[in-house]
Design a protein around this ligand. Structure first.
Ligand SMILES: NC(=O)c1ccc[n+]([C@@H]2O[C@H](COP(=O)([O-])OP(=O)(O)OC[C@H]3O[C@@H](n4cnc5c(N)ncnc54)[C@H](OP(=O)(O)O)[C@@H]3O)[C@@H](O)[C@H]2O)c1
Length: 302
């Protein structure tokens, strides 16, 4: 039986979905959602960099396809790139590729701190600004809720100083959703980054409604469960009704299921392949499933 708060949050979800569907930037542009704390618009498909961008920046053969991945993101109108100091060389690769593409003004750079204590965190932030070649970062998030109380205070300070425009908190696992919900309700960060996919819907129960109610933007990590979803559908044809949502691939169906949720601001799939980036970006165009359509998609994986 849902309690009163859950009922109110679900009602807020439905009202917001009806009131503010994602809108394209231009008639044929990628769908966008607003960051609630400022009203700034973000395109709904971004790019993750864990593992895929951990290559040597001076390895031309390894960098070439990643430059094309970035190009495919930008060509489609996407802007958000999510990285972290703990992703090996991914921050340096991102900084190098964005600079080569002349793209700092065209991207929204999100990174993280995953350190205990002020000095270690400040060292990481300095390293991120160097590697990303950016004085001002768009978003710094507390990675996996490490030392959250101390680092939230530090992030607020860095935001006041203009080192970052937004602050956030992240996790990748269902067991952290209650703690994230409590932090959303108490601390109201600009962003939460969390896992959600057709096969992992825990965030929909309390966390996403809380983000809607508190005006917190939501980034979705592990949208393909680190690629496991593609193994589940290998050899299976896409259902004919996927065309109702303009989905021409499983990746697009997985991503539309995510960005159709009214609390979601942007999904950040990772890929090492330009064709896969172009495929993923297509999920930011055309009609999205409604609540019934989302259930129909999820039922394929129940
Ligand atoms: N705690 C945290 O803050 C946290 C935790 C986890 C993840 N993240 C963020 O979220 C991002 C995404 O999560 P993730 O990296 O775990 O994995 P993911 O995006 O769920 O899955 C990535 C996998 O999907 C494959 N793939 C991507 N597009 C595809 C397509 N169109 N068709 C077929 N295969 C495709 C990729 O292979 P190919 O390279 O072959 O395309 C890769 O193996 C991370 O990179 C990171 O930025 C944050």
């Amino acid at each position: 039986m849902p309690d009163r708060r859950q009922f109110l949050q679900a009602a807020a979800c439905a009202a917001l979905a009806a009131a503010s569907p994602p809108v394209p930037a231009a008639p044929d542009g990628m769908l966008q959602r607003k960051i609630p704390s400022t009203g700034e618009a973000l395109p709904v498909i971004g790019l993750g960099t864990a593992d895929t961008f951990d290559v040597a920046p001076d390895d031309a053969a390894a960098m070439a396809p990643l430059a094309q991945v970035l190009d495919a993101l930008l060509q489609a109108g996407g802007t958000l790139i999510d990285t972290a100091p703990s992703y090996g060389r991914a921050e340096a690769v991102t900084g190098t590729l964005v600079e080569r593409a002349g793209g700092r003004r065209r991207v929204f750079l999100a990174t993280k701190i995953g350190a205990r204590g002020r000095d270690a965190a400040l060292e990481q932030v300095a390293g991120s600004r160097r590697a990303l070649r950016a004085d001002t970062l768009d978003l710094i998030q507390i990675h996996n809720l490490i030392d959250t109380a101390n680092q939230l205070a530090l992030l607020r300070e860095l935001k006041r100083q203009g080192v970052t425009r937004y602050i956030g908190i992240t996790h990748y696992a269902d067991h952290a959703h209650d703690e994230l919900t409590a932090l959303v309700e108490r601390e109201k960060p600009d962003f939460v980054q969390v896992n959600l996919s057709v096969g992992a819907r825990s965030a929909e129960r309390r966390l996403l409604p809380a983000c809607l109610a508190q005006g917190v933007a939501v980034l979705i990590n592990r949208p393909f469960q680190d690629g496991a979803l593609f193994r589940q559908v290998r050899g299976k044809p896409l259902p004919g009704w996927a065309a109702e949502f303009d989905c021409a691939s499983w990746a697009q169906l997985f991503l539309k299921f995510i960005v159709a949720h009214p609390a979601v601001t942007c999904a950040i799939p990772a890929t090492s392949k330009p064709a896969n980036m172009a495929d993923n970006a297509r999920a930011g165009f055309g009609p999205l499933p409604g609540a019934a359509g989302r259930e129909r998609i999820a039922a394929l994986f129940a």
